[in-house]
Design a protein around this ligand. Structure first.
Ligand SMILES: Cc1cc2nc3c(=O)[nH]c(=O)nc-3n(C[C@H](O)[C@H](O)[C@H](O)COP(=O)(O)OP(=O)(O)OC[C@H]3O[C@@H](n4cnc5c(N)ncnc54)[C@H](O)[C@@H]3O)c2cc1C
Length: 474
């Protein structure tokens, strides 16, 4: 890593010529600070770039990558910095390439039910625009009000609707990519079927900014569902709530759009953070947010009623139905703000992203309880119960010193990941490995698997210029 060259004033001049003076930040730590971290709380995963560049066109990114290869300088692509694995952080300095200016929707192609967009568009803005045409982008990361479409593709973002609609990659069918060499490639296209060679689109999806920089994204859309109902179901304890989740699908026979869960501590913390009164939720010990959508209002309502009955038969103490957009937003705001709410009360925490086969979800809770007891830390839990992706959050015990916490956290995580692996699970369902999880990769992937990934990286990026040190060290 030390073989990389530093960014000199001459290189900054060249960068300015490529993107324009206004779009380069150099020698100004105050301005660069906002680009030095994503949403990972731990400071050791933050990193100050040597220079920030904000290109506006594919050709500019191509020129930057060619310059970086010539001068042997690392480049880190960055979107909205909402990432939770440190992937978009210039961990070892070099050039930080932020795509915030590339935020246009280039086309909404109604006849083909597709849209072409640049990577810097905010996901929610993209969704809102296609909805105006009666079309639906099913990506719904809880950060959708801030994160970018390009970041979603790079992380293969999941979110609140993955159980019914799948994750981002399912909707990405074409990508313009600047390769690490600076060459421009177009993989895929507006074709629903395409087996002409390797599926490079899906190799790029989830590559965490290590294999190429996306500059145009073709998104497959579906018709916008006409009806949607959200429910909040209250349970005495988390185990009872979690136990009911697989039954919703197997016994009622409905795949909801989303099934999110929160434990009591999460709900209280979110209520406090948003100024909502937690008493309205009757001191319940656990909560499911269930969304059902479809085209027939009556059918959606009936499905919700069936799910409500099943929950009541299986220990639910109450259920609220939210039919108006305002009530729906009130419920979802609680869930969307969980990560932020915990970060506000304790910056010494690690937001986890474990994922297990759905049927084993109930077995995760005793593991968390045991680890919490063994290591004397708090591990509140919330997440996407419907797809097995649980955001357990390890929070420092206020009685412990910071030094103890630094020493303890890797032990807690090693224990947690080892147990999750035994259930057939893995360490990240949607946040990616980045720099945060890379030391734990060998716990869940063998040498052959990691070496195969490294061969792909070597083939596309022989100089290891693009986002080095993410996912694994070369
Ligand atoms: C409150 C909160 C809730 C969240 N909820 C969810 C959730 O429900 N589901 C979920 O999946 N994630 C969630 N996240 C994580 C995060 O929002 C997603 O990973 C998101 O996709 C990151 O997008 P971004 O634009 O912020 O990317 P960044 O954080 O800036 O970067 C993420 C990665 O993408 C790469 N990258 C960015 N742009 C490009 C590009 N144009 N080309 C190539 N690589 C690029 C970066 O190098 C980096 O590796 C949440 C985060 C927060 C803070």
């Amino acid at each position: 890593m030390s073989a990389y060259h530093k960014v000199t004033k001459d290189i900054v001049e060249e960068l300015k010529q490529i993107v324009g003076d206004k779009h380069v930040i150099f020698d100004d730590e105050e301005k660069m600070e906002e680009y030095s971290h994503d949403e990972v709380a731990e400071v050791k995963f933050h990193g100050m770039p040597e220079v920030v560049v904000k290109p506006n066109r594919t050709e500019e990114i191509s020129a930057i990558m060619k310059l970086a290869n010539r001068e042997n300088i690392p480049v880190t692509p960055q979107g909205a910095k909402s990432g939770l694995s440190g992937g978009g952080v210039a961990a070892i300095g070099g050039i930080l390439l932020n795509v915030e200016r590339m935020n246009r929707i280039l086309e909404i192609d109604k006849a083909n039910m597709m849209a072409v967009a640049e990577p810097g568009i905010i996901t929610n803005d993209f969704s809102a625009e296609v909805q105006k045409e009666g079309l639906f982008f099913a990506g719904y990361p809880m950060s959708l009000l801030t994160c970018y479409l390009g970041g979603n593709v790079a992380e293969n973002a999941g979110g609140g609707k993955a159980i019914k609609y799948g994750v981002t990659g399912r909707y990405i069918i074409g990508l313009e990519v600047v390769l690490p060499s600076g060459e421009i490639a177009f993989f895929g296209g507006k074709r629903v079927k395409d087996v002409t060679g390797y599926n490079m689109v899906q190799l790029m999806v989830g590559s965490e900014g290590t294999l190429g920089i996306f500059t145009k994204i073709i998104v497959k859309l579906i018709p916008l569902p006409k009806a949607k109902i959200d429910m909040m179901v209250l349970f005495e304890d988390l185990q009872t709530a979690i136990d009911v989740v697989p039954k919703i699908m197997t016994e009622v026979g409905v795949i909801p759009t989303g099934i999110e869960f929160m434990d009591q501590l999460t709900l209280e913390t979110c209520c406090k953070h948003l100024g909502q009164n937690p008493d309205q939720y009757k001191n319940a010990g656990a909560f499911l947010i269930i969304e059902v959508d479809g085209n027939d209002e009556e059918q959606v309502l009936n499905e919700c009623l069936d799910i409500g009955d099943l929950c009541t038969d299986n220990g639910a103490i109450d259920a609220f139905v939210a039919q108006t957009p305002a009530d729906q937003e009130k419920i979802w705001a609680l869930r969307r703000n969980a990560a932020e709410a915990f970060k506000a009360i304790s910056p010494r925490q690690s937001l986890e992203d474990i994922v297990v086969p759905m049927s084993t979800i109930p077995r995760v809770l005793p593991i968390l309880r045991d680890l919490s007891k063994k290591h004397e830390v708090f591990i509140p839990c919330y997440g996407h119960a419907g797809d097995g992706n649980l955001h357990a959050t390890v929070i420092k015990n206020p009685d412990h010193t910071d030094e103890h916490w630094q020493d303890l956290l890797p032990k807690v995580l090693t224990d947690l990941y080892s147990e999750i692996y035994k259930l057939g699970g893995t360490i990240s369902g949607e946040h990616g490995v980045g720099s945060k999880l890379k030391q734990y990769l060998p716990l869940v992937l063998g040498k052959t698997e990691i070496e195969s990934m490294k061969s792909i990286k070597r083939a596309l990026d022989p100089n290891n210029i693009l986002n080095p040190g993410k996912i694994f060290d070369m």
